[in-house]
Design a protein around this ligand. Structure first.
Ligand code: BES
Ligand code: ZN
Ligand code: ZN
Length: 486
């Protein structure tokens, strides 16, 4: 698919479809021009059909030879005062889905008069993300004829800037899709070693540093928690470390992603309903890999270490048992209460590793607790952290990226729940506030600015969302790229 920009007027562009937006409370200039060249038949048809231009709705109209495009698709944009970058993503996504039968689509830039050229990035994101479906294992794939999308701008528009925004949008959306693809892979076809291979491929393609630890490496020998979680599976655990080191870097940020290729619960075996879907317990890893890939493509001026502990949580012969005591690589001892609270264990060793790299700040992303989804529902990720300005900055980035994130507190009183009779700490607290005690556990393994993003509720959707089909969402990639850019 090609994405172009031009200056001109929609009625005169040779295309199968011309797409324009209208607000509930008014039509922008490009709609009026189009309607005029159709001698008012478009607006009268909208009136006749009682089309209410709510956000995401579309209306199709045949142009009968009056103008060059064969059809007009009108996109509802909602109310002007509510229009945001995310409205632009949503409306672009609905046009993309409605026009799969067309080769060439010419479109106005929805909301340009309100948002300026930033709208172009959002438009392309919505278009690409809304078109995505995971069909790798289907022999029959949904057809699309689309080849070219041309954004047609009014005279004197900053075409060069818009082109830049389009490129940015393409990189960000394709990175998100990379994360969705990895997360949608079934666990039998994405073993820990496969995830490591994926990381190596990215490193090679973008010239990143790469280091992969496995149980035979000296450095992993001290990571008792990662080894413990991996011990019940015949597929050994890994620790992936990719580094992106641009010359003009101002900061060194560690991104840590939970890479549980499958979470059966281990000996604290999950019920079959809860186990279903646990192939996506590596969504955090996918997000982090996609982010470092996107950052390299965008050439962001920040040094990044992507650190991914990978394991499969299985109840094999050598599996860790409830009651076992394991030692982390910072020498803290952990009593295992539930082998199903395994994410925090592998993350703890990865956090210690990140601190040893001397990074300036750390962000971890993990499908960590069902409790987080209970607290915030399936539309918002939970954010916790030990540094207020950093959390503020991340939340601002998330709202501009169009991903809901909400802060949860780290009350020190709850640390009580993690006291163990026989070790330094235990791996589970009460079920109430479970997202917070999981984060408090992680906090014990960091000594610098740190944020934890719990994506257990948001990494996967059972429902089609505005620009996300059923399955993996790729959540976090857009927020992290925006955070790193800022
Ligand atoms: N991978 C799960 C968390 C999860 C739950 C992710 C639902 C996605 C959807 C995690 O490893 C887990 O099992 N957490 C337990 C923690 C408990 C044993 C303290 C949970 O949330 O029940
Ligand atoms: Zn678990
Ligand atoms: Zn898990």
């Amino acid at each position: 698919m090609k994405y172009l920009v031009s200056v001109g007027s929609l009625p005169r562009i040779k295309a199968d479809i011309a797409a324009v937006g209208i607000f509930e409370d008014g039509a922008p200039a490009d709609f009026l021009v189009l309607d005029k060249s159709l001698e008012g038949s478009l607006s009268s048809s909208l009136k006749k059909e009682d089309f209410l231009p709510e956000l995401g709705k579309t209306f199709e109209f045949r142009t009968q030879g009056y103008i060059k495009p064969l059809k007009v698709v009108v996109a509802g944009l909602g109310k002007k005062e509510d229009f945001s970058l995310d409205s632009c993503r949503r409306s672009a996504s609905s046009v993309a889905r409605k026009t799969r039968y067309a080769q060439k689509i010419a479109t106005s830039l929805f909301g340009y008069e309100l948002l300026g050229e930033r709208a172009a990035q959002a438009y392309i994101e919505g278009w690409i993300l809304g078109s995505y479906k995971f069909e790798k294992y289907k022999r029959e794939k949904a057809e699309t004829k689309q080849q070219e999308l041309e954004i047609v701008m009014p005279r004197n528009s900053p075409v060069a800037q818009i082109r830049e925004q389009i490129e940015k949008g393409e990189i960000i959306a394709n990175s998100t899709i990379f994360a969705r693809n990895l997360t949608n892979e079934p666990a039998n076809l994405l073993l820990p070693s496969d995830l490591a291979e994926e990381a190596k491929k990215i490193a090679k393609k973008y010239g990143l540093g790469s280091k992969i630890l496995d149980p035979s490496s000296e450095e992993m020998k001290s990571m008792g928690l990662l080894l413990g979680v991996g011990s019940g599976s015949r597929h050994p655990p890994k620790l992936i470390h990719l580094s992106y080191r641009p010359k003009n870097a101002k900061k060194h940020v560690a991104l840590i992603g939970k890479g549980m290729t499958f979470d059966s619960g281990g000996l604290s075996l999950k019920s079959s309903e809860k186990m279903e879907g646990m192939k996506y317990d590596m969504a955090g890893a996918a997000t982090v890999l996609a982010t470092i890939k996107g950052a390299a493509e965008l050439k962001l001026p920040v040094r990044i270490s992507a650190i991914i502990p990978v394991a499969e949580n299985m109840p094999g012969n050598d599996a860790m048992r409830p009651g076992d005591v394991l030692k982390a690589s910072n020498d803290k001892t952990v009593e295992i209460v539930s082998t199903d609270a395994e994410g925090r264990l592998i993350l703890a060793d990865a956090l210690c590793y990140a601190c040893r790299q001397g990074v300036d700040e750390i962000i971890d992303v993990a499908t960590l607790t069902g409790a987080c989804a209970i607290a915030l529902g399936k539309l918002s990720s939970g954010v916790m952290g030990n540094n207020d300005p950093m959390v503020e900055k991340l939340l601002e980035a998330s709202s501009s990226a169009g991903e809901y994130m909400w802060r949860l507190p780290l009350y020190k009183e709850y640390k009580e729940q993690l006291k163990s009779e026989i070790a330094d700490i235990k791996n589970m607290g009460d079920k109430e506030g479970g997202a917070l005690t999981a984060a408090l556990f992680l906090q014990e393994f960091v000594d610098r600015p740190w944020i934890h993003i719990d994506i257990a509720g948001t990494a996967w959707t059972e429902k089609q969302l505005d620009y996300c089909s059923k399955g993996a969402t790729g959540v976090g990639v857009r927020t992290l790229l925006e955070y790193l850019r800022r």
